[in-house]
Design a protein around this ligand. Structure first.
Ligand code: FAI
Length: 513
């Protein structure tokens, strides 16, 4: 069976003239909706108007154009069934064998500045998805084109056989259903937010393929990277990779962890990450000093790591960075000479990122478990220092308080059990991902060694026992910040007092499992 009739109804009209011309040259009759018909007619392509087929005008400002049995019957009718053919005959419904439809730009409208809600609602396409669904259900006969990148392969197949192959029609139908599902997911997300609903009975997500990755966590695992429909500040998805080979799966996760930490700091700051944990965070009066602090915090672990900085990298800094082995450097900008120096390193990736506004809004994060998915708000709670309680006899000095704030912002991003030892501008010891807290404390102390003078300690969750405090006291740690909440808190407080330490309970836990 050959394709005899096509319907074209597109909002995004790029490439459609060429496609329609080729269909016309293949003797395919074309029906089209108002705006599309205008464009095609102007290009000298003969088309039938929708109303001449339906016998009904386009009404309600375009809300009803193709929603008619003459169209949907033409798409859904099974021409191999005599009963269908008889019914189509009786109601003067002619088969439509190909549809080319793309939808009202809902997402693009949503992202426009100063857009009104009525403009958003009017950009919910109803007739387009209906046609896509009707045609796709009947993929045995109907070719459904929703993506202009498929125009050529469709034309090629029709040229060869007068029709597309069943294989291609099936592929295109699946694509069309993915397209309408994603389109609806975006609308559902918008309306859910508008209706201020929090717990929804069905999770519908819409992400677009950004790139196929060479492999996943290991080279026998296939992997892809999908982007959200909406741009997020500090997101790797919006980065401009200016140099180096493609990011790997592990690079992306590490770089994301790095950026989530960087987002916590307004002052010039550098963050180095290894295996999703920070290994050095430094702040300073300028970005050079910040990097120096981050580097000196742990000059060993930064090797092979990922570094993100929240200010432009200049030549002076680039010279220091070029001496290190780093996988990725992320910054809002690289000066011209910094870029030419760093881009000489073949294995280094350089990424420029939009990181202007570091306000952390309530975002959701997803984690898959076997057979399910967990959704939670990201840990973006604003620290309310007025609810912090000094539980020891000694109050923290201004300097200690400054360091405690710095350390507590960092420990939130360390895998539990998380321990950070820091001064007011630099992490000097990080204990991460241990199965007991005292183990993390020991790792952090071990790493901090000669930098313990005046250092403070932050813990992501309470100390279950006084043993950690005893070790800290013996090692000269003078100030501690932790959520509190253990039944043995009093023992830890007594131990802190014994060593003349000061300790703050924040009341807010920051587990990161
Ligand atoms: N209401 C309908 O019956 C209807 N039928 C097709 N559309 C959409 O109208 C658009 C094309 O319109 P035009 O050819 O007038 O520019 C396409 O994006 C198509 O998906 C419709 N519009 C919205 O639902």
């Amino acid at each position: 069976m050959t394709i005899k009739r096509a319907l074209i109804s597109v909002s995004e009209k790029n490439g459609v003239i060429d496609f329609a011309k080729k269909l016309q040259a293949l003797n395919i009759e074309i029906i089209s909706t108002g705006g599309t018909q205008k464009v095609l007619t102007e290009a000298g392509i003969k088309t039938l108007s929708i109303d001449s087929v339906t016998g009904f005008p386009e009404i309600l400002d375009g809300r009803v154009k193709t929603l008619h049995p003459k169209i949907h019957g033409g798409l859904l009718g099974k021409t191999e069934l005599t009963s269908h053919l008889e019914m189509m005959d009786e109601h003067k419904i002619k088969p439509i064998d190909l549809i080319c439809v793309n939808l009202y730009p809902f997402k693009e409208t949503l992202m426009k500045e100063n857009v009104t809600s009525s403009e958003i609602i009017e950009n919910i396409d109803i007739g387009g998805p209906s046609m896509l669904r009707s045609g796709s259900k009947n993929f045995e006969r109907v070719t459904v084109v929703v993506d202009s990148t498929d125009y050529d392969s469709v034309i090629d197949e029709i040229k060869k056989n007068g029709n597309t192959t069943l294989k291609l029609r099936k592929k295109l139908a699946a694509k069309a259903f993915r397209h309408t599902a994603s389109y609806d997911a975006t609308i559902a997300d918008y309306l859910t937010k508008e209706a201020q609903e929090e717990t929804i009975e069905t999770l519908t997500l819409s992400y677009e393929l950004k790139q196929t990755l060479r492999y996943g966590e290991n080279n026998h695992q296939k992997a892809q990277f999908y982007r959200s429909n909406f741009l997020t500040n500090y997101s790797l998805v919006n980065s401009d990779q200016r140099h180096g080979k493609e990011l790997s799966f592990n690079n992306i996760r590490d770089a994301d962890a790095c950026l989530k930490i960087l987002r916590e700091y307004q002052e010039p700051t550098a963050v180095a990450v290894k295996h999703m944990n920070p290994c050095g965070i430094g702040s300073g009066k300028d970005i050079n000093e910040a990097f120096q602090k981050a580097y000196e915090g742990d000059p060993i672990s930064i090797f092979g790591g990922i570094l993100a900085l929240n200010q432009e990298v200049d030549l002076e800094l680039a010279e220091k960075l070029s001496k290190l082995f780093l996988e990725i450097i992320i910054a809002p900008k690289f000066s011209k000479d910094a870029f030419s120096l760093l881009s000489q390193k073949k294995n280094l990736r350089l990424l420029e990122l939009q990181m202007t506004d570091n306000s952390i809004e309530t975002e959701l994060e997803y984690q898959s478990v076997l057979g399910g998915i967990l959704v939670q708000e990201i840990d973006s709670i604003k620290e309310d220092e007025t609810s912090w309680k000094v539980v020891t006899k000694r109050q923290p000095s201004e300097e200690e308080l400054h360091a405690l704030r710095f350390a507590y912002r960092a420990v939130k991003h360390v895998k539990s059990n998380g321990i950070v030892i820091a001064n007011s501008q630099q992490t000097v010891g990080i204990g991460a991902g241990q199965m007991n807290r005292v183990g993390s404390v020991q790792i952090a102390l071990n790493q901090a060694k000669d930098k313990l003078e005046g250092a403070v300690l932050a813990s992501d969750a309470f100390f279950p026992m006084a043993d950690s405090l005893e070790i800290l006291g013996e090692n000269g740690i003078r100030a501690v910040i932790q959520p509190g909440g253990s039944i043995k808190d009093q023992e830890s407080i007594d131990m802190a007092n014994k060593y003349g330490m000061t300790m703050i309970f924040t009341g807010v836990r920051h587990f990161k499992h």
